[in-house]
Design a binder for this molecule. Sequence first.
Ligand SMILES: NC(=O)c1ccc[n+]([C@@H]2O[C@H](COP(=O)([O-])OP(=O)(O)OC[C@H]3O[C@@H](n4cnc5c(N)ncnc54)[C@H](O)[C@@H]3O)[C@@H](O)[C@H]2O)c1
Length: 283
Amino acid sequence: MIKIIGIIGAGTMGSGIAAASSLNGFNTILYDISPDTVKNAITEIKKGWTKLEGKGKIDSAKRLSAEANLKNTPQLTGLSNCDLVIEAAIEDIKLKKELYSKLDEITKPETILATNTSSFSITTISTAVKNNPGRVAGMHFFNPANIMKLVEVIKGEFTSDDTINSIIDTCKKMGKVPVICKDTPAFIVNRVARAFYGESLKILSEESMEPAIIDNLMKEEGGFAMGPFELMDLIGIDVNLSVTKSVYEAFFYDPKYKPSPLQQKMVESGLLGRKTRQGFYKY
Ligand SMILES: NC(=O)c1ccc[n+]([C@@H]2O[C@H](COP(=O)([O-])OP(=O)(O)OC[C@H]3O[C@@H](n4cnc5c(N)ncnc54)[C@H](O)[C@@H]3O)[C@@H](O)[C@H]2O)c1
């Protein structure tokens, strides 16, 4: 039974997952390599709950219990007693494997280790875990993670059925809709979405069109909730580029997944979207 959830990474995704987890009754411990990021994330999460209370969506008892459920730790070892650790650190395979190797040392062999990776192979990540690799799975939330219902639950080559069942149960308790996926590059949604971003970036470069024209067309005529450029700004241009690069490599450099030089240039210039207050749009 999952009671204590550790979350690694307090950025866009980790903070949303921590909010969903603590609001839904799990003792939640948030860790990030940057202590300031954790501090800011907790402040923002609490502000969000105060707003929800102001709108009558939660009562003060629920807000207070969520606040009591949410803690932080300055060290990775602070996650050693967790029943489930959800890793939402940056999309870098070397870093993720190093983290899993450390988690292997500090957690109980039955602690479930779930990664929020958007594109990497769960099987590859699980090879960093020597004690019971069957406990490693994918738990891919969508942005914003405190609101979006879908969670892709990814079964790697070695993932046990018990691990998948525990993750599904936890997702449901968090009010999410879990869907089991195979361990293929970018799973389902992100793979389909590659074309949405890739083709939009090509149109932008080839036809020198304003992002807002394409975004508005897709929303007003296409019925999409967000246009591709707004969505890339929300995701983070750096995160989106890392995912595209990893999918391109995983499909043996199939040109249809080729990353865009425009995105590369934006990352080099620090124009990462909402989180840096400038991407395709200014915020
Ligand atoms: N942004 C999205 O829309 C989205 C959606 C689904 C999944 N994801 C995936 O979630 C993960 C996190 O993405 P994000 O958008 O939250 O990124 P982010 O850049 O907003 O946050 C990543 C956080 O990880 C921290 N970090 C880096 N190295 C660390 C380490 N060694 N130990 C602990 N913390 C460390 C950073 O300080 C940062 O706060 C990635 O794997 C990404 O692919 C992102």
